[in-house]
Design a protein around this ligand. Sequence first.
Ligand code: FAD
Length: 570
Amino acid sequence: DRTTCWLLGDQLNPDLDALDAADEVLLIEAHGFADRKPYHAHKLTLVFSAMRHFRDDLRDRGHDVTYVQAESFGEGLDEFFAGRAAEANDGEDDDGPRLRLMRPASHGAGERLRGLVAERGGTLELVDNELFWTTPADWREWAGDEGTEIGADGAAERTYRQEHWYRHVRRETGVLMDDGEPVGGEWNYDDLNQETPPEDWEPPGRPTFEPDELTRETHAWVCDRFDTWGNDALDGFAWPVTRAEAREALDRFVRDGLSAFGRYEDAMVGGEPFLSHSLLSPAINLGLLDPREPVRAVERAYEERGVEPGAYDPDDHGDAGGTVTSLSEFGGDAADGEDGATGGRAAGGNEPGPVPLNAVEGFVRQVIGWREFMRHVYREAMPELAEANQLEQDRELPPAYWDGETDMRCLSEAVGHVREFGYAHHIERLMVLSNFALVYGADPADVNEWFHLGFVDAYHWVTTPNVVAMGSFGTDVLSSKPYASSGSYVNRMSDHCADCPYAVSRTTGDGACPFNALYWDFLKENEETLRGTGRMGLMYSHVDKKDDEEWAAIRERADRVRELAADGDL
Ligand code: FAD
């Protein structure tokens, strides 16, 4: 009996065990979803180009690949089944086709696809998705069997905390562990990871992967076929579309970006969309990289080039990845006892920089902490998660999210990055884009859709918990308080406020930073839900100090800001 391994567009990895046991591979390029909404042109180009490259790569590796382009999975399966029926008539195969699929990350998709296959007379076996490090069984072992439901009021029956999960996964996988204890003695170095770079610091630069003929063709077809949003020119598109390019992107990050990753992880700098971020989420989410790979690679870099937490200050050495000759000058102790600066490849004659533990720990936390955590919280909290709205916010996103036109420097920068690259880094997503939407009062489901359309790394399983739960506080399933802040956070972590026509020092009156009045108004409006959450005590002690006159001025400014924003005049 022939077994067909069906791989989805976010399962593009040639080294899967699931492929070993298969006689042939099925890929269905379904277009309908992109007909219905204006996705970023780069997102569609990335997904479809990566699928087409993967098809060619598999064929080069000797796999028998059926590649179907269709409106929907149903239509794609019709075409595949018609082909198999013709073969069966030749006497080759009497039973219906047997397909095997790694369980899709999207809620309910496995069962839906199994139904589609069954309706056509075939069988679909669902197997564990190898492209996550932890399995649903691992999660149950940690969380127990009860699961959680989100009530109509947005409150979760059970809540989960990333920090606990993260430590559990570190213990189970042995990543950055030393005899059952965390390497370096601490689980968390976040306090070292909140700096902003000095003006003369040069970020390592984005690795760019020049679009080849197939990507160019795909992009031309995308622009012709779909209504898209954002930058529809190919310049600016530099994402890895093959596994080889993705591995190169990882190498480049480990060599050039990792040294300063921790220290500047939360920083925002005008004109610098990428800083020292890895830019790997598009490749990991497509399956081009297995999440174990970046984690193991930074662990290896730590063994070769590791220094103590905070021991490396990139400001002292010009550009990151600059010439560093000996670790001893940083007082570091490389784990292998050798000169760590010799590890990795040389960059244009420069050796890669040392790797402080806070950078490595910070990166590992993102992948095995946050990424795996979000996946399981999503599994547990769907389908209610997608609609959760405990604060009952219902405003439409202001037009600035679509056209980037606003005098608010932080918001125009962040939206500009999304429009241009389909990317903004974590702090722009959390503390500008979703923070503004939160204090403005936007409907979490609308915000979720906006992130889906705009970001090249957006997939329902990862965008939804990040946007609805973390960014919009639609539910308390993964955090006990909202990520809401006034302009002072942006001021502390960026250079935007100095160049902004709005005054971050003022809360009320014309010209005051819009974040400020919105923030206080948000706290006041949502007092009933938020005051009791325990961790908001300090914030509400400030709320309590304001008198009626102050509140009237705050309300007036917040109303005015909302009006200006809704009219596209902010
Ligand atoms: P780095 O800063 O270099 O981090 C390394 C890796 O860690 C990332 O590549 C990613 O794989 C992983 N990671 C870090 N944080 C998270 C997280 N919270 N959830 C999942 N993975 C994480 N991530 C997506 O992949 N797709 C999304 O659609 C998405 N939407 C988001 C929306 C909001 C409102 C917020 C606050 C976060 C969102 N994130 C999303 C998480 C995170 O912002 C991105 O993964 C990260 O910015 C990707 O850029 P990078 O690869 O340069 O990340």
